[in-house]
Design a binder for this molecule. Structure first.
Ligand code: APR
Length: 242
């Protein structure tokens, strides 16, 4: 990232009243959370995408939970980094400020962000298989797998699995905010997963300044106003410094 690019990005943000922050796994990379396409993670010989699939959940709920509880145990040990903290602290500086995240790790909440849409759910919650009722599941490792809710109802992870639709309303609410914003900051996403990746494009189409932060070029790079090369933990705090 050059000084000129930094100045320009700061000006876009300083002029903005309504801001959308769109994040992916890359914002949590410096907290020690592996990204999806940065690692060929396998678990018990299963690719992560299979372990996180609707197919496995329907076939074998207990094994699906073993995978998610393993991920929860990893996530329990990590903390928000400087990028999460800078985003949380910037929230009160704007008339409207919304975090739209693809991450299920809960690190934005842990950093203090208040207005968040979790497009892919949250690994610290469960959902009743029969009733759809949501349950907070902070404890890890979970005492029993699968965890059970009211009337002994089996609970599933409240995350969007491969092969599943996004939670009703979440995408629509995020898209509306993107179409209304003046600036959209895209942090740490490869932009290859849809419909999530439509959010920054909706902001661009509505005339907002779209600023990308990523050490590498992505599928979104040709479509953004400004693409800043570098790590989120280094760049994001500088963007909101002013
Ligand atoms: N700072 C900023 N960006 C980073 C950093 C960092 N320190 N480290 C890596 N990145 C970038 C990578 O260059 C990559 O472009 O983060 C991006 C991570 O991309 P993916 O692993 O594809 O993750 P994401 O875009 O969040 O994937 C979207 O796919 O697997 C599903 O549901 C899952 O939410 C996830 C979705």
């Amino acid at each position: 990232m050059t000084d000129d690019q930094l100045k320009l990005a700061r000006r876009y943000l300083a002029q903005a009243k309504r801001v959308v922050i769109f994040t992916g796994a890359g914002i949590s990379a410096e907290s020690g959370v592996p990204t999806f396409r940065g690692s060929d993670a396998t678990w018990k010989g299963m690719p992560a995408a299979v372990a996180s699939s609707l197919g496995l959940l329907e076939q074998d709920l207990t094994t699906a939970w073993e995978w998610f509880d393993y991920r929860r145990t990893l996530l329990k040990a990590v903390s928000p980094n400087a990028a999460h903290v800078a985003v949380a602290q910037a929230e009160s500086c704007f008339a409207e400020f919304l975090v739209v995240t693809q991450n299920v790790d809960g690190l934005h909440q842990k950093a203090g962000s208040k207005h968040i849409i979790e497009l892919h759910g949250n690994i610290w919650r469960g959902r009743g298989l029969r009733t759809g009722k949501r349950y907070d599941l902070p404890e890890t490792p979970l005492p029993t797998l699968p965890p059970r809710g009211d009337a002994d109802e089996p609970i599933r992870p409240d995350v969007v699995l491969f092969g599943e639709m996004l939670p009703a309303g979440a995408f629509e609410e995020a898209e509306l905010a993107a179409m209304r914003c003046d600036a959209c900051l895209v942090i740490g996403t490869s932009g290859v997963v849809y419909p999530a990746a439509l959010i920054p494009l909706a902001a661009r189409d509505a005339g907002a300044a779209v600023i990308e932060v990523n050490p590498e070029a992505t599928d979104l790079t040709p479509h953004v106003t400004l693409s800043l090369r570098g790590r989120a933990g280094d760049i994001v705090p500088q963007l909101f410094e002013a």
